[in-house]
Design a binder for this molecule. Structure first.
Ligand code: UDP
Length: 241
């Protein structure tokens, strides 16, 4: 079931159901793609029709972040839970290791994805990494060729939004993969170069505050969260979604 939050049609799933859907997409023929918009991205999509289309054309749309879940409650159409992209990725990796499926890592600064792969394999020794490519390439065609030669089951596309959404949609037909997941800064997170907030902060929905303290340069971007919530409240007043 889909729930529309300011035009973005989210899948109303728990983490376990999201993984179930991902497994089905990996088994289905053709390349599917999954997006994990947070409230900043939904706010951007409210002002960018083409981004909205890219998000809604995805096979799986997961609510990454407390802001989106909060908005769904304000709109009186509550989403079951937050499904953070990086947690979804960690769970998917464990499943892939168990089923001997292969993973390709695309994105982040040179060297980061290699470090992320090491950390992933520490936790899941059976994980098969089919290939690695940093996110600052010039020759897109060559990258597509490299990925196709490796023929991974799953491709993590970590180029930041909306670049990764454009990439997945633009190459969906030519890519020889089963499932792509747009996961923003997750490789930095796996590599440990950007730390996640302490558990108690995540529980209290304060992860955004932790990120602000660690990366003050994100301040302007983060102003989109209150702007987004105001827009949600205004639209609720008008009876829309
Ligand atoms: N990135 C990339 N190529 C680019 C621009 C960004 O690989 O051309 C990477 C960047 O190094 C970082 C991620 O994309 O690892 C974006 O991280 P951010 O935390 O900004 O993600 P978002 O909040 O957009 O999900």
């Amino acid at each position: 079931m889909k729930i529309s939050i300011m035009g973005v049609a989210f899948d109303n799933v728990t983490m376990a159901q999201a993984l179930e859907r991902a497994r089905a997409l990996i088994q289905a023929p053709g390349a599917s793609y999954c997006v994990t918009p947070n409230s900043e991205i939904v706010y951007e999509a409210m002002h960018d029709e083409s981004l909205l289309e890219l998000l809604n054309a995805a096979d799986l749309v997961l609510p990454d972040g407390a802001g989106v879940v909060m908005a769904s409650k304000i709109l009186k159409t509550p989403l079951k839970e937050k499904v953070a992209g990086v947690d979804f990725a960690a769970n998917l990796i464990a499943y892939m290791a168990e089923k001997d499926l292969s993973l390709y890592l695309l994105g982040a600064k040179p060297g980061i994805a290699e470090l992320a792969a090491e950390k992933m394999k520490e936790k899941n020794p059976a994980l098969r990494i089919a290939g690695i490519q940093d996110g600052y390439f010039k020759d897109e065609a060559a990258v597509i060729e490299k990925i196709n030669a490796a023929a991974p089951d799953v491709l993590f596309v970590c180029l930041g939004a909306p670049k990764q959404e454009h990439f997945m949609r633009a190459h969906q037909k030519e890519l020889n993969v089963r499932l792509m997941a747009g996961l923003g800064g997750s490789l930095d997170s796996f590599a440990g170069t950007v730390k996640r907030a302490p558990k108690w902060m995540i529980r209290m929905n304060l992860e955004w505050f932790y990120r602000l303290l660690k990366q003050p340069s994100r301040f302007v971007r983060m102003l989109r969260l209150p702007k987004f919530l105001f827009a949600v409240i205004r639209s609720k007043g008008k009876g829309g979604k």
